[in-house]
Design a protein around this ligand. Structure first.
Ligand SMILES: *[C@@H]1O[C@H](CO)[C@@H](O)[C@H](O)[C@H]1NC(C)=O
Length: 389
């Protein structure tokens, strides 16, 4: 296993700044610097980039995992320690002049998902779109805010059944496309509704709750694939023509995921969807069905059916549109995608109001308190007197 070793790099320059990053799972700490790199089979030329040397980590390099590091592809607003640290892809675009577009074909569908080994491959295309990685047409959804790749979800369907929730529920408090998230994550209410709908639609009646909670695997006799028992799931996204939408559909082959063999007679599967307290995340579970184009130049994310997500010519994903977005509120984001500075102003204003209310409360409490104390003192003294008696 090879790791980046700054001591062996003649072009590494330390910036002397520390950096610490916590994820939903795992964390690491290290030191910031810059180095000069070239990307084989990538944009030509040598590029100076920010690089963090990981010095300590916890729950990050899991046993048997083949990672050598992590490459963040989000916008500067999410950079650590702060947005002044130019992210990798920003540096690449600036210094090579390639278009501000990258695209991902993640090929994991149908491959046993284990918590450690990471067998599946994929492609990261920098500077554009590679036509051999998808089939059919590309549908684009606007990027609402440039931090995560935040998009707007208008509707969810399980089978052909509309969940019929207020569309703001699908975007609470944000909906994002994130290759760094393993599963499809859904806000609590949405998750419950999806599980409910799957239970109604699926042909399985005696299903232990543990499967949907992610604490239990579901197993079938070897070769007895369970996928025909589960419904398709569709996510409707706002189209670039904002009065229209399109839908991305995942088949159960993507969200009922085989896990590494643990038993000779059974094939076991995990549920590739989980609940989230703060976001709808279109993670790898969904992305593995699509070729996903992060078109930062035109502030939009494109989806097309991936060439690596199929079995025997049957694709695990579908895409269709346009649909009329009428009848759906013109904005499903409920004013939540506030820009950070606005958020801070509101936060400070609220803190100020809280402080004022507290002071007023304290003053109000002090006055009657003193009166009570006067009364209590006499009561106490009488009590004491009783005891003495
Ligand atoms: C946008 O979609 C609406 C509804 O389908 C359609 O009437 C309109 O012509 C479209 N606009 C453009 C510019 O394509």
């Amino acid at each position: 296993m090879h790791y980046y070793n700054r001591a062996l790099s003649s072009t590494y320059q330390s910036s002397g700044r520390g950096v610490a990053v916590k994820y939903t799972q795992g964390e690491w700490e290290g030191e910031l610097g810059t180095d000069r790199i070239t990307i084989p089979q990538g944009p030509s030329g040598t590029i100076t980039i920010n690089i963090a040397t990981i010095l300590t980590s916890e729950g990050f390099f899991l046993p048997g995992i083949n990672w050598q590091g992590i490459l963040g592809l989000a916008y500067p607003l999410l950079a650590r320690p702060d947005p002044s640290v130019e992210p990798f892809f920003n540096s690449v675009v600036k210094q090579t002049g390639i278009p501000d577009v990258f695209s991902l074909q993640m090929c994991g569908a149908g491959v046993s998902a284990s918590t450690t080994a990471d067998p599946a491959g994929g492609s990261l295309i920098m500077g554009g779109v590679e036509p051999t990685l998808y089939q059919g047409s590309v549908w684009y959804t606007p990027i609402l805010e440039e931090w995560y790749y935040q998009v707007e979800v208008l509707k969810l369907e399980v089978g052909a059944q509309n969940l019929n929730l207020d569309c703001k529920e699908y975007n609470s408090d944000k909906a994002i496309v994130d290759s760094g998230t393993t599963l499809l994550r859904l806000p609590g209410n949405v998750f419950s509704a999806v599980v409910e709908a799957i239970l109604q639609t699926s042909l399985i009646d005696d299903f232990s709750a543990g499967f949907f909670e992610g604490t239990k695997l579901a197993c079938w006799m070897k070769g007895e694939s369970p996928w025909s028992l589960f419904p398709k799931i569709s996510i409707y996204l706002r189209a670039t023509n904002t009065s229209q939408s399109f839908r991305i559909t995942i088949l159960p082959q993507l969200y009922v995921q085989p896990v590494t063999d643990i038993d000779g007679t059974f094939d076991c599967f995990r549920f590739g969807i989980t609940s989230s307290a703060n976001a709808l995340v279109i993670g790898a579970t969904v992305m593995e069905g699509f070729y996903v184009i992060f078109d930062r130049a035109l502030k939009r994310v494109g989806f097309a059916v991936s060439t690596c997500a199929e079995s025997g010519g049957v694709p695990f994903a579908e895409i269709a549109g346009p649909f009329l977005a009428e009848g759906v509120a013109s904005d499903c984001t409920s004013g939540m995608p506030l820009r950070e500075p606005v958020m801070w102003v509101i936060a400070y204003a609220l803190m100020g109001i809280c402080a004022l209310v507290l002071i007023v409360l304290l003053i109000l409490l002090m006055l009657p308190c003193q009166r009570h104390r006067d009364g209590e003192i006499t009561d106490e003294s009488s009590l004491v007197r009783h005891r003495i008696k």
